[in-house]
Design a protein around this ligand. Sequence first.
Ligand code: AMP
Ligand code: MG
Length: 478
Amino acid sequence: MKLDNLTLQTPYLDLDPIFYHEVSPTGLKNPILVSYNPEAASLLGLNPELLSAGEFEALLNGSLTLNGSRPYAMCYAGHQFGHYVPRLGDGRAINLGWVNGWNLQLKGSGQTLYSRQGDGRAVLRSSIREYLMSEAMHALAIPTSRALAIISSDENVAREKWERGSIVLRLSPSWIRFGSFEYFFHTHRFRELESLADFLLRESFPHLLDQEEPYRKMFREIVKRTAELMAHWQAVGFNHGVMNTDNMSAAGLTIDYGPYAFLDTFESGYICNHTDHEGRYSYDNQPRIGYWNLSRLAHALSPLISADKLEMELDRYGEYFTGKLMDLLTQKLGLDTISDDDGDLLKSLFSVLENGRVDMTPFFRTLSRYNGDKAPLLALTLAPNQLNEWLIRYDERLKRNTSSSSERHEKMVRTNPKYVLKNYILQEAIDLAEKGDFTLVNTLLKIAQNPYDEHPSYERYAGPTPLHFKNLKLSCSS
Ligand code: AMP
Ligand code: MG
């Protein structure tokens, strides 16, 4: 299908006008296509090969309007670093409409009613990071928004220095945030709060529409999806960095990629966001913050669901989180079933990894081919004796496994990625892109989409992170 054949719907605009602000995108000077993503195109039913030259640029830059599109920004609030901010909203994102289950949204396409002091722009660096990481997370089977394409430009955007303005077209089954509910609750607009709950039911939980207590059941699912999302992040070593309630998807997806990072050496207290002085959003705090954010959402839903029921649903969070985490981590170890003592085995592994300053991703990948020869694993740690002792326990545990070692290896290399997009790798692509060379962005897209495969020319990205790039902190300004 070509772009002309795509027809968008805008069900969000059927809500009361207080929910949104209709606004047209403001284009950038001399837009140039950095990359497009054929996988995301096919989600929309598009065939990129049928597109004429310049069509992606025009779509992202707002000069090509899709059938049915009526651009708008969404209103929301949120708790930022624990403090309530009564009005946020899409300050630099503009929604184009919905098709095939996906809401299309431009990020960086100019000011809206909700821009406050902001310029409505995104810089190339942050757009590349969002574009590549959302695809990487999808390939790791972690619920996430997706991205269709990205443009750069000659537009100067002021951050700590001048940077190139850029726009990314991102896709999500839903852009409703915890903060969307908070906005209507804290302004005492309970009728609108109910309309939003009905909208979210239709958008992301249609199977609950004709059930009894649909709001309560929806909240239950949001609790479960959020808990499971946290388990995914912990298991793969992902630190989101800005888990404000306005960045929490009510559909349980990873959204709003900012100063995120994959752990290099395993460091449980790692904080990727350099403005997060207290470590509120550190790696090991993420599950607790997920719960705290859900408690804010519960409060916002209190006009629709009784307090005791909200509490009962929230109470399930720990069970959902631990269940999913154990499931994911025992799979990472190649275990067929979960035994009572596996929690302890895993706990001691993570302390061995931390004590030995072990890079998590290459460790699990190397473990995937472990056949009794400990040398390749011991080479990854500064505390080989501890790891050696742990491996003796692991050997014992493997004796209770029913699958053969070759079956285990086979499963583990499909569970433990060879490639994750660490910050230093992304930075190489960004440095080149800022000079106008987009080849590495496009190469990383392919690697991100196939993280379990071998990419022999990029073997260097699969090893431990070079020392001087380890566990850096990133700026929030994007
Ligand atoms: P974030 O931390 O990027 O999720 O953004 C928090 C809030 O600030 C959201 O309401 C954004 O829309 C808004 N915002 C961030 N950067 C800008 C910008 N450059 N221009 C306008 N609004 C922005
Ligand atoms: Mg945000």
